[in-house]
Design a protein around this ligand. Sequence first.
Ligand code: ASP
Length: 592
Amino acid sequence: MTMRSHYCGQVDESLIGEEISVCGWVHRRRDHGGVIFIDLRDREGLLQVVFDPDRAEIFAEAERIRGEYVLAVKGVVRPRPEGTINPNMKTGQVEVLAHELTVLNRSETPPFHHDENANEELRLTYRYLDLRREEMLGNLRLRHKVTMAMREYLDSNEFIDVETPMLTRATPEGARDYVVPSRTHPGKFFALPQSPQIFKQLLMMSGLDRYYQIVRCFRDEDLRADRQPEFTQLDVEMSFVDEDEVMEKMEALLRHIFKQVLDVDLPAPFPRMTYAEAMQRFGSDKPDLRIDLELVEVADLMASVEFKVFAGPASDPDGRVAALCLPGGNGLSRKEIDDYTAYVGRYGAKGLAYIKVNDVDAGRDGLQSPILKFLPDDAVSGILERTGAKSGDLIFFGADKARVVNDALGALRVKLGEDRGLVTEGWSPLWVVDFPMFEKDLQTKRWNALHHPFTAPSVNDADALKNDPGNALSRAYDVVLNGSEIGGGSIRIHDQSVQSAVFDLLEISKAEADEKFGFLLRALEYGCPPHGGIAFGLDRIVMLMAGADSIRDVIAFPKTQSASCPLTNAPGEISAEQLKETGIRLRTPRTS
Ligand code: ASP
């Protein structure tokens, strides 16, 4: 005998008159004039169960029921009486008159109610209760649909799902490794993979041709908002392809997912933009194109003005002076402008100059600004012309090292878009291409790989690369959706001499390269096909599709922002015996 004939949330008018059995949790109990109503909940939704005093035995039992008790109910489906129909409830047309009740389990009073906006620490401590909420269950189901749609597309496009090791060596993606001590090799450690990058490349060398994996990656990064130490990627690699083919296939994948899961048609093809253009126009390599605001170059107008704040960066080769016009912005209050100044301060900007445009036809007299007196007429008219400012607008300025101006104005652009309702509805995907190969660490003066050290340069020539690393472009591509980077990849180096040249430029010594990636360098000597791939951030994609505020809301058991788990209390201590077995002695003795 099955305990349950139907899910609560699936009982409808077609079952009227039938006897059914349902199981679930008590969502709410109401006593009305001698009749007890229980909203019984399972993963499909709520169902109203009625206990009539005529059935004295089960009525008495029903009176003892509390919230979150687990019940099995048998009863007959009937239409709700006129006036009690609930159009907001999926099963709002019907109810079940109970004639059998089994209390399968009791429950303590939960620490927070379903509808309550409990704090996150508490929600994570009692995650199993938090996941009972419709919204959270909905997120997990959406995630499942997304991964199903991914597999569907990839399978029908000849991709093969292969698992790669979790206990491995360092896989450089720019973060710290999570390490695992080895008991059988005391003093030695495994690293958890930051990505399967090297393994997927090796699979291409094996002739697998098209690989994918929905895979957990581990990155011990400094605490940044909305990052998880372990997160999930859709990892993909293809052989005998160039960047166009990878991008075409992968945007078709995204279109498939959006169509299947949300019935949304993403554009075909996705627009593409170079990194240089994205930085120039939006101050960001992940521009949200739904916001119709752009940075405008004004350095040449400022090079000879007396105002040092502008003239300095305008004549600095690493500097930038840019303007950002906010339509209708001249109504911003002093306080609002101060708040925006503080906001750009977080990105390193030392101030936020502005001009209010009261009447664009009145020349200088129509403008209002603390910096106006420093600007000659031609600079003023140039600014108005280039920004296309109209009466009623406000123009913000950024002047500093280009990196600071881009970070500050790029972030301000998004903030203004959100604050002023300038973000249009819908989905706006974008490929960003032609990234620089390297960027200089301003402190150490060393080159860093912008993507990772296996990314192919646009020139497939070791000498050309070494001669001018600063201007070398890479064959990397990022996919951006509504201002979030949701994926990134590249065509890889398949030529050993180019790979060695990149290691040299990154000042990874021969010995270090051999020790860390010798196996990859060796593999490159045994017939490596041209190949490339990409990895998508699954958590972020699902978060955007769910309209959730944080990736933690689409991960069943996430960590807090300080990389711990309040549910299990991980990370935890290990026993003295385990320490001994793994040959580890703690430098700081334990306090407990
Ligand atoms: N391995 C890269 C990452 O995880 C993505 C890729 O190049 O495929 O960011």
